[in-house]
Design a protein around this ligand. Structure first.
Ligand code: BGC
Length: 720
């Protein structure tokens, strides 16, 4: 038995070098899923043999967390205790924990990463974070978070990948492979339909089957297919059941339908019925115990698996076999990743921090979105550079998202420092600028933004003083730009037409302001495109009525603590599949800035679109070829977006859906031939009658453009 196991292991043993990403000349991306160093079948057998030695009590200790962020270890079985750490945009340092990290790079937030539309960069971004996990003894990263951007007010949007399931999927699959290629387990979270943080423990997301499949699952499916070994369930209920103890959510959707083979964990304190939890397919309850000082835990009572599972087995309500299955899933993931055979920590990765800083900077450069640039006021002319004035919110302090995803970084560069490094020491910061100062400046940079956080949602409107500052500067000096640092859409409607330039800079991480300075000076030509639609007013957006009458936004964690006193309330996803641009287009509501939009300092021309075949059958795909030329005077990158539009469908469908894209770099005057591929399932929709994907016969338009509202060329295909 032992010998055959070793043989088998030898056969399926792989190295982490399976992280191989290549970009073809035209920017197309070749993706390969992650393969565990020890194959799952072998890991399964090894888990079985360890399990056979353990007592029931020992096994139960493994289905709950310990010391807030650890799993249970047993020296006698050679099972280490593993440390889990947040989150998607870098390693969150917890100084109070034993093996806490010393230092970690603060990367631009995942929404900024998505604005790069560069999946290969998502891979490198995650690989860098994975290496910092290895340097700091983190076995499991509690990210990526990939909840769909449904409402701009969600305090956690910055942690996620935007509104479009296809774009989320392409970024996430690369994230997973990049992260796991370092030997760090990645966690897809929060499963499922956790699209607001407004009293997040008391919400019931009421979602139809089609929206679940077309909008909310694809990112998770891509992560599972890419080989993610861990999934975290969410705080909310999905159609009346807490996600973390829902058979439908875990057993049916995640395990059966998506075929997930790793382990599932709960979000921190989010399940209430131990029997249901065990039967739902859940594997690990985190953090495993309560903090008796917190009122919420007193109200929840003692429902932990660690303290209830043995009783439930004794009473015959759950079986030991069910406990075994949970423990086995957990062990299988760790064994498959090689974590029972090597130390988690590898300090040699500390030497790679300088490389990580470069990846962070490159992400910030490519993620910045230029929204407005009247009369090409940007990049700054020599005259404009002479005496720059900087005013507003995030000049001397770094804008960042807060909560478990917060990463403080090191060697942080503030906006004022970055601008001085780029334009010289004469750049002036004025906390309360006088009219004279504003008028006298050769150029004014106005910083506005929000401080988004886990635990609560924030208003779509910017603070009144920020709006007033923008209007005041715009009135007095027409040489100005508004820089927005935020984790989602904010209201710019009132001053949008009064200002000549707007840069959306998200949360840019520890060196994001260097990228901003480069964009202002023209060293970097902006190429980011919005991964979200930004509405004119919040009421225009699909989930605008998600806060029940009589309730209102709050800030601070008390919203979480008082939560048990608030009855569970429904959030009706009545827009169904019409989320993001699917909503605005079908309702003919014009957003202020549409999905996929972003300006450049150069211009691009699309021509010669050619579809490989005018007719295909239901199982075939097509390729779309076109020429892209840089017709301007500056080198730059364009994100070409291909949308599919079904004509005469038998069911309601979005006006169009993103199904392919490529980011292409071109020198001035240069032309490249670009090929995009569409697979048969890129034409499909989720059919609620057959509970499956359906490709309809009929005619489809293939719409190629530089933004969802700017189609440059189109082709046709008929499915017979
Ligand atoms: C968050 C998770 C996070 C966990 C552990 C929860 O409050 O929702 O995203 O991973 O805490 O920090």
């Amino acid at each position: 038995m032992k010998r055959s196991l070793i043989l088998l292991c030898g056969l399926c043993l792989q190295t982490f070098s399976s992280f191989s990403q290549t970009c073809s000349k035209t920017g197309e991306y070749n993706f390969k899923p992650f393969r565990t160093p020890v194959c799952l079948e072998v890991a399964d057998k090894r888990a079985d043999s360890i399990l056979s030695l353990m007592t029931l009590d020992e096994k139960i200790e493994m289905i709950g967390g310990h010391n807030s962020f650890f799993t249970k270890g047993y020296e006698k079985y050679n099972i280490p205790a593993f440390y889990f750490s947040d989150a998607t945009q870098g390693v969150h340092i917890r100084k109070n924990l034993d093996n806490s990290t010393e230092k970690s790079t603060a990367f631009p937030c995942p929404l900024a990463l998505t604005a790069t539309w560069n999946p290969a960069l998502a891979g490198n971004y995650a690989k860098s974070i994975g290496e910092e996990c290895r340097a700091n003894n983190v076995a499991v990263l509690l990210g990526p978070g990939l909840n769909i951007y449904r409402v701009s007010q969600n305090g956690r949007n910055f942690e996620f990948f935007g509104e479009d399931p296809f774009l989320v999927a392409r970024m996430v699959e690369n994230y997973v492979v990049g992260m796991q290629s370092t030997g760090t387990i990645t966690t897809l979270k929060h499963f499922l339909c956790n699209n607001t943080d407004f009293h997040r423990r008391r919400t019931n997301s009421v979602v139809d089957e089609r929206a679940i499949h077309e909008i909310y699952l694809p990112g998770f499916k891509a992560g599972v297919d890419a080989g993610a070994l861990s999934v975290m369930t969410s705080y909310n209920q999905v159609n009346g059941q807490w996600a973390g103890q829902s058979d439908y959510v875990i057993n049916q959707l995640l395990k059966k339908e998506l075929g997930f083979k790793g382990f599932v964990m709960t979000d921190w304190w989010s399940v209430y019925d131990p029997e249901k939890t065990i039967k739902s397919g859940q594997d690990l309850e985190m953090p495993g115990g309560g903090n008796p000082g917190d009122p919420q835990f007193q109200e929840m009572g003692d429902t932990y698996l660690l303290t209830n599972a043995a009783r439930l087995v004794k009473e015959g309500k759950v079986t030991e076999a069910e406990i075994n299955a949970m423990v086995k899933n957990i062990m299988r993931g760790f064994i498959a990743m090689g974590l029972y055979d090597r130390p988690v920590q590898d300090k040699s990765y500390l030497s790679k921090y300088p490389e990580h800083e470069k990846v962070a900077l490159q992400t910030a450069r490519e993620g910045i979105v230029l929204l407005r640039n009247e009369k090409n006021i940007l990049p700054l002319s020599d005259k404009a550079k002479k005496n720059i004035l900087v005013v507003g919110k995030y000049v001397e302090n770094i804008a960042r998202g807060l909560g478990s995803a917060e990463v403080l970084g090191y060697d942080n560069i503030t906006m004022i420092d970055a601008l001085r490094a780029e334009f010289g020491p004469k750049v002036v910061y004025a906390k309360t600028p006088t009219d004279e100062q504003i008028k006298a400046a050769s150029f004014v940079v106005v910083s506005v933004g929000t401080s988004d956080s886990e635990g609560w949602d924030r208003p779509f409107e910017l603070p009144a003083e920020s709006n007033a500052l923008v209007e005041n500067v715009a009135k007095q000096n027409s040489n100005m730009v508004v820089v927005v640092n935020t984790g989602g859409g904010v209201k710019m409607t009132d001053w949008n037409n009064k200002v000549p330039a707007i840069i959306y800079a998200w949360y840019g991480g520890q060196n994001g302001y260097t990228a901003l300075a480069e964009v202002l000076s023209g060293k970097t030509n902006p190429s980011g495109k919005l991964p979200i639609s930004i509405e004119k007013k919040f009421e225009d957006s699909p989930g605008a009525d998600y806060i029940p009458a009589g309730m209102s936004l709050y800030t601070g964690w008390q919203g979480d603590y008082i939560a048990p006193k608030i009855p569970v309330f429904d959030i009706n996803y009545k827009e169904g599949i019409f989320v993001g641009y699917r909503w605005y287009e079908s309702k003919k509501i014009e957003p202020l800035y549409p999905f996929g939009f972003g300006l450049s300092y150069t211009t691009f021309e699309y021509s010669n679109l050619h579809v490989s075949s005018p007719e295909i059958n239901k199982t075939e795909g097509v390729t779309v070829e076109f020429d892209l030329k840089n017709t301007g005077k500056k080198g730059g990158a364009e994100v070409a977006q291909l949308y599919v539009q079904e004509l005469n469908s038998s069911v309601e469908r979005p006006v169009k859906e993103l199904k392919s894209f490529a980011k292409i770099e071109l020198q001035p005057g240069e032309t490249k031939k670009v090929t995009l591929h569409l697979k048969s399932n890129d034409f499909s929709y989720w059919d609620v009658k057959s509970h499956g994907w359906v490709v309809e016969t009929g005619n489809y338009n293939l719409l190629l453009g530089s933004a969802s509202n700017n189609i440059k060329q189109s082709g046709k295909v008929t499915i017979k």
